[in-house]
Design a protein around this ligand. Structure first.
Ligand code: PMP
Length: 377
């Protein structure tokens, strides 16, 4: 095996290599604590402030609306905890295809009163809000781009419909797979909260952010110092924050070119899948979906076996989210769209990033041919 073909970018991406310099600067040079009053501390504080301005500007927010966190999981938990702080018995509305950081936090905070929006077999969430207590709901939380199947929700429409039906709570958008890949403008969406993780857009792991329309309404979940306007204590991850801001800036600047390339790559695999007897698309081609995520079903072998066989060929994929990567039968997303694979069949998630090349796509197709000859007995 001569080369690795990394096609698991929905799980995480490789850092933009040119940003290593920024890391170095904020660990070795401007390494002081931003809360320290000396000049070195002020420099670190300024770096965080500039990054906050940059991130805010890229999503149509203002700087006081951005709270830096350790990533989307923490930001999602903070949002849901806040939904629950408002009432002894919080009422929350969500979909059946959320990331586990949303799903499990909801179960923890609002297990008695969670209403689920229905969806079709492509993971498109229905906007009817029928049979639920929408007028008394504290929070609606919906994933923007699904991390397992790539379906893009019409979030703007969902927010409009919810309000038209009398919703007066907060609307949260988990934009972890959207930010840096499709245009995101919080004013245009008119959401109350939006969350993201830097490592999904070629930034560092362990850092992300929460946008809040009205930060005054947010209560802290992590208590301690007064960092992040008192909404999230803990010494700032200065290097991570600065690198994240630069990564997002680059991702947004290159978005059109990256998207065009991803569309071509995805189409090439889609064409291969459609011509094959042993592969099938998980969601229909005409559904609004991310060009960076493609989910494919196969009757050749169980997911775990097929994923290892691809890995032996240097092709790194997964079947869905990291939580059930080798066991997609347990994926609630695939279950919710009625496409959980049987124990004998597989689901493969092929996901791209700015550094994916046509050679990676060709290698995937070549390896798929090998899989057919190896497993189609
Ligand atoms: N939401 C979605 C849609 C995701 O894809 C992920 C990461 N798989 C998360 C939340 C959580 O992100 P992190 O692991 O960086 O906290």
């Amino acid at each position: 095996m001569d080369k690795i073909h990394y096609l698991d970018n929905a799980a995480t991406t490789k850092l933009y290599p040119e940003l290593m310099e920024t890391f170095q600067r904020y660990y070795l040079d401007v390494f002081a604590n931003p809360s320290s009053l000396h000049k070195a501390g002020l420099m670190a504080e300024k770096a965080v402030l500039n990054s906050r301005k940059l991130v805010a500007g890229l999503i149509g927010a203002s700087e006081e609306q951005i709270i830096f966190t350790s990533g989307a999981s923490e930001a999602n938990n903070l949002v849901i905890a806040n939904g629950a702080f408002k009432r002894a018995e919080p009422v929350m509305i969500t979909s059946k295809i959320e990331h586990s950081s949303v799903k499990k936090a909801l179960n923890f905070y609002a297990h008695e009163h969670i209403y689920y929006l229905n969806n079709d077999q492509n993971g498109v969430i229905f906007t009817d809000f029928d049979n639920m207590e929408i007028e008394s709901a504290n929070l609606i939380t919906v994933i923007y781009v699904n991390n397992e199947i790539g379906t893009i929700q019409n979030v703007k429409e969902l927010i409009k419909k919810a309000k038209a039906k009398g919703f007066r709570g907060m609307f949260h958008v988990d934009a972890t797979q959207a930010i840096g890949k499709i245009p995101v403008d919080v004013k245009d969406l008119d959401c109350d909260f939006l969350t993201a993780s830097a490592h999904k857009f070629k930034g560092p792991k362990g850092v992300g952010f929460l946008y809040c329309k009205n930060p005054k309404l947010v209560n802290a979940m992590v208590f301690g110092g007064g960092q992040e306007f008192g909404k999230r204590a803990g010494t700032e991850n200065v290097a991570g924050i600065c690198v994240m801001a630069k990564a997002l800036s680059k991702a947004c600047k290159d978005m059109a070119a990256n998207t065009k390339k991803a569309f071509e790559f995805k189409q090439k695999i889609v064409d291969y899948v459609k011509a094959s007897e042993h592969f099938a698309l998980t969601i229909d081609e005409d559904v609004k979906q991310s060009p960076f995520i493609l989910s494919v079903r196969s009757d050749l072998a169980p997911s775990e076996v097929l994923l290892h066989a691809y890995a032996d060929e240097g092709i790194y994929l997964s079947s869905g989210s990291a939580c059930n990567s080798s066991n997609p039968q347990t994926s609630s997303v695939l279950g919710a769209i009625g496409k959980a694979p049987s124990p004998e069949t597989a689901v493969l998630r092929i996901s791209f990033a700015a550094d994916t090349g046509i050679n990676d796509i060709n290698a995937f197709i070549k390896a798929s041919e090998k899989m057919v000859s190896r497993f189609n007995k």
